[in-house]
Ligand binder design. Structure first.
Ligand code: GTP
Length: 428
């Protein structure tokens, strides 16, 4: 049997995700209409033999109450629980701390998923591969452009056996174009390996005369990739299953801007695999949003997710790669593409929203333009007021954009009233 663990971290981790994390814990930020970790739970829950899914982090318990209630109704056959670390224990520490709960029912294999990723989650293929080798663990790897490798955990594997020969976090020189996706599968022996990693570190600290109670998280804090996987690698017990190009997708969700490509990937994935998951037929709008419009249906270019409670003027054009949240109101002649509109957003007549996130309760006036650079632009790496200039425009919660202005590549903090056009700015 199987268990699933999702590592969600805690409130201090999401700083690069500001201003969106100011009003929503990052793991619950909606992507393709569902909370970020809904996609993880869905992938785990559909595996035959999945006995329980445990969400591990150091957010307050109440943060996940509503999510757990809703998701439990959707997946009634797999218990889903939140386990709270008393403090940040690192990616391996929480796993070790809750080893008794994770091991309860004696699962043979344990999946561990980082929360801050978007993926097609090829978990069944990983499991099939895993059951054929003699190691303790399988990690999911993906080949990326060599210019990107230095930002990730780099994996060097034997091309025939797929045994991991080296595992180097954020390598300074080029070793391989394969990186670790933050998706792991462990046999139950993993807890012994984590204990060995903790003991090894303890011994090293004692040697150096350092008291580990002075270190954050104390002796229980341990990093999965840096400390546990390196031990497995030297013991020749780590293998890599590689994402299939053109079939699987994977990306990290670190910055606020990265939710735009993540949204696009999930929408495209669902459109091809389960089109019914997207509500692709917006109902005829209430024609009194603005002037009197003819009863009709807005043009939607797929893929798009539109919440059934959104009201959209028939002359609006939405998509592709758009997620429209609950109770959103979209006026006459509006154009929305490659964007996420969160709950209760209102877009007035003839405005245009491209490559942007429009935060909860925000309003965009008429004939305005809110726009980010397409794609994950690496050209914009300048930092202003402690924020990186984003490649998407991000409006926090309750922002008001006046009529007839243009906002390009800006981060707008919550509750701002913007009355003039802005470009490459952090508006706080
Ligand atoms: P960087 O942020 O660039 O170091 O990348 P990374 O992918 O190595 O991130 P990290 O290892 O910090 O986080 C991976 C996942 O684990 C994320 O989903 C985090 O939310 C989660 N995580 C990080 N630290 C902790 C922790 O102390 N406890 C728990 N439960 N989860 C954590």
């Amino acid at each position: 049997s199987l268990k699933g663990v999702i590592l969600v971290g805690g409130p201090s981790v999401g700083t690069r995700f500001r201003p969106l994390s100011m009003d929503c814990p990052k793991p619950l930020f909606p992507i393709a209409g569902r909370p970020m970790i809904f996609h993880h739970v869905a992938a785990l829950a559909k595996l035959p033999g999945m006995k329980e899914i445990l969400i591990v982090g150091f957010f307050e318990n109440s943060i996940f109450d509503r999510f757990l209630t809703e998701i439990q109704m959707e997946f009634p056959n797999v218990p889903i629980r939140y386990l709270r670390e008393y403090q940040a224990l690192g990616t391996g520490g929480g796993l070790f701390h809750f080893r008794d709960q994770i091991s309860r029912g004696d699962p043979d294999q344990i999946f561990v998923l980082n929360a801050d990723i978007a993926s097609s989650f090829p978990l069944q293929a990983m499991l099939d591969f895993h059951l054929k080798h003699q190691g303790v663990s399988t990690i999911l790897g993906i080949r990326v452009d060599r210019s990107l490798v230095s930002k990730f955990g780099c994996v060097v594997a034997n091309p025939e056996t797929h045994e991991v020969l080296h595992f180097v976090e954020k390598p300074e020189s080029f070793l391989s174009d394969m990186i670790s996706c933050g998706i792991y599968l462990f046999r139950k022996e993993i807890f012994e390996v984590v204990r060995a990693a903790i003991d090894q570190r303890q011994a090293k600290l004692e040697e150096q005369g350092i008291d580990d109670s002075t270190i954050r998280g104390g002796s229980e804090r341990i990093q999965l990739e840096q400390e546990v996987l390196s031990l497995l690698t030297s013991a020749k017990k780590l293998y890599a299953y590689v994402c299939v190009p053109g079939k699987d997708f994977w990306m990290q969700i670190k910055t606020g801007s990265s939710v735009i490509p993540a949204n696009r990937l999930y929408l495209q994935h669902f459109f091809h695999t389960a089109p019914r998951k997207l509500s692709n037929a917006p109902k005829p709008s209430l024609s009194d949003i603005t002037n009197k419009a003819d009863e009709g249906v807005a043009e939607v270019i797929q893929p798009a997710y539109i919440h059934p409670t959104a009201i959209i003027h028939p002359s609006a054009r939405l998509g592709p790669n758009v997620s429209i949240g609950p109770r959103v109101l979209i006026g006459r002649g509006v154009r929305v593409r490659d964007s996420i509109l969160l709950d209760n957003v209102e877009i007035k007549n003839d405005s245009c929203i491209l490559n942007s996130v429009i935060g909860w309760d925000s309003k965009v006036g008429s004939w305005s333009r809110v726009e980010g650079a397409p794609g994950e632009s690496t050209a914009l790496n300048t930092t202003v007021k402690g924020y990186k200039i984003p490649s998407a425009t991000i409006l926090g919660k309750d922002v008001t954009i006046a009529d007839e202005i243009a906002i390009r590549n800006c981060i707008v903090l919550p509750h701002k009233d913007i009355k003039a056009s802005q470009h490459n700015e952090i508006l706080m």
